[in-house]
Ligand binder design. Structure first.
Ligand SMILES: [Zn+2]
Length: 307
């Protein structure tokens, strides 16, 4: 499965406006609360532990006092009928080492938590949802329309501006990530910020007024000068950095001519299928490697290499 996908929760959107139900679920002993500290989810157990990890969902009442007065507490959804919440406790100074959470676990950067391999796939998806939601609230305390302070509504799925009456909703930004192919080769590029030797599928934000297919063709032309025709969809991946939806596609190139935009990429090359198979299996070739399994690019390259 592609990491961050497969979220099993019932999002219970019909309950988000039921204030009596929400208030009862906040103290329901069967509910669970995930503390998020400075955008890092709580993970049970010591930081250096090896082996399986467990998301740090706690019984209600344990961590609420650590949250600031307007800290968002977001309903993630229901698991077997029990409510799961995410609570921003960024106001706390060092909650893993002092106060009610001391000794129970640690906070781990989201990307590292997803890459580490110790968390179940469903937990990675739920923590990704929590990260994207809390991150959005932290960046949307003020109205984009009039600048006044906004307040959280609907268990976290709306922010309302009392001054101009605007409503603001959590955003997901669509990003196309695509593998151009030509015969037995696919196009991979090296971004200027990439670790040395890493090559990946090209990617870019979908712009207003554009279809997915148009964005795929435009990005490949802009970044690599590669003209493509038929575009096919592969899969999507929620990517909570801060809140994107990665839309994985294949695109058929008309030729192998490449003209790299030096502002966007350091290099773009055609990778033969046998080499792609080796790189996906973890065998570096001439210092070259592809992104890890946490990235949809890895799955795109693998799917094409195994076709
Ligand atoms: Zn406003």
């Amino acid at each position: 499965m592609i990491p961050f996908s497969g979220n099993p929760l019932d999002r219970a959107s019909e309950k988000r406006t039921d204030s009596a139900w929400l208030a009862a679920r906040k103290t329901d002993p069967n509910s669970h609360v995930l503390p998020m500290w400075r955008l890092m989810p709580f993970i049970l157990g010591p930081e250096k532990a090896t082996g399986p990890l467990e998301a740090g969902f706690l019984r209600p009442g344990l961590c609420e006092a650590l949250a600031g007065p307007d800290a968002p507490m977001v309903l993630l959804g229901l698991e077997k009928g029990n409510a799961l919440w995410a609570l921003d406790i960024s106001a706390a100074r060092d909650p893993a080492n002092e106060g009610p959470l001391a000794g129970l676990g640690h906070f781990r950067e989201m990307r590292a938590a997803a890459m580490g391999g110790g968390l179940p796939e469903k937990d990675i998806a739920i923590l990704g949802q929590a990260k994207a939601m809390i991150d959005w609230h932290r960046r949307h305390g003020f109205c984009a329309n009039c600048g006044a302070r906004t307040e959280m509504q609907d268990a976290g799925y709306r922010r309302h501006c009392a001054s101009c009456k605007s409503d603001h909703f959590p955003r997901t930004d669509p990003v196309v990530i695509m593998l151009a192919t030509h015969g037995d080769a696919c196009l991979v590029g090296r971004g200027k910020q990439f670790p040395r030797g890493m090559y990946s599928a090209l990617a870019g934000f979908v712009e207003p007024g554009e279809t997915i297919e148009e964005a795929v063709r435009r990005e490949l032309m802009e970044e690599a000068g590669v003209k493509t025709g038929n575009v096919t969809y592969y899969a999507t991946q929620p990517w909570p950095f801060p809140s994107s939806l990665m839309i994985g596609c294949f695109a058929e190139a008309e030729s192998r001519d490449v003209t790299v935009d030096q502002n966007e990429l350091a290099e773009a090359i055609w990778l033969e299928k046998d080499k792609a198979r080796a790189l996906i299996s973890g065998t570096p070739i001439d210092g070259m490697f592809v992104p890890p399994k946490v990235a949809i690019a890895h799955h795109l390259i693998r799917a094409w290499a195994e076709m």
